[in-house]
Design a protein around this ligand. Structure first.
Ligand code: RTP
Ligand code: MG
Length: 155
């Protein structure tokens, strides 16, 4: 039964947290499509942001990304759905905003993306990264315990 609910981490990036239209729209989408299991608002310092994005440390955009992600509040959401990882990334649309606007204009990045860095939100890209990312921001969270106390939702 536990395997029915896949988890993903959504990070709503700083420019989106500051945009009430986008934020309200996205919160409604999350509420309607996923079980929102945990939510937290954080202001990352640069070293935490760098740690989170460590896999990109050699990319040309790393500094820009880390500076941006530590420039304002971000909203974190642990999302549950039988296909959470794929569904959330599908709703985000392509990483590159010019592509999102062209290929999937009603995706979140198509509608609210500003640039390749300010592309609305982040989504875990695999089961392994979802687990790492959820642990990174919610070290105390136990899916097993959560599931045991919410079992009636998934019978
Ligand atoms: P994310 O991890 O944030 O969900 O995005 P992604 O998988 O779709 O894209 P990825 O290739 O993993 O890129 C990681 C982060 O780097 C930012 N980025 N900035 N040219 C740029 O300034 C640039 N290119 C990529 C993206 O916004 C993404 O958050
Ligand atoms: Mg990625």
């Amino acid at each position: 039964m536990i395997s029915k609910l896949q988890l993903s981490l959504a990070i709503i990036k700083p420019h989106t947290v500051k945009n009430p239209v986008a934020l309200t729209y996205i919160r409604n989408v999350l509420k309607n499509k996923f079980v929102v299991i945990k939510t937290k608002r954080l202001f990352l310092d640069k070293s935490t942001a760098a740690n989170f994005y460590i896999e990109h440390k050699d990319k040309f955009f790393f500094n820009r990304l880390v500076t941006f992600m530590s420039s304002g509040y971000i909203d974190l959401h642990v999302l549950g759905h039988k296909n959470a990882i794929h569904l959330w990334r599908k709703m985000l649309g392509p990483t590159k905003v010019y592509k999102a606007q062209f290929e999937d204009p009603y995706s979140l990045r198509g509608m609210f993306g500003l640039s390749d860095t300010r592309n609305v939100a982040h989504g875990s890209d695999s089961l392994t990264s979802a687990e790492r990312e959820i642990k990174f921001f919610f070290p105390e969270f136990s899916f097993y315990e959560w599931h045991s106390s919410n079992e009636e939702l998934y019978r």
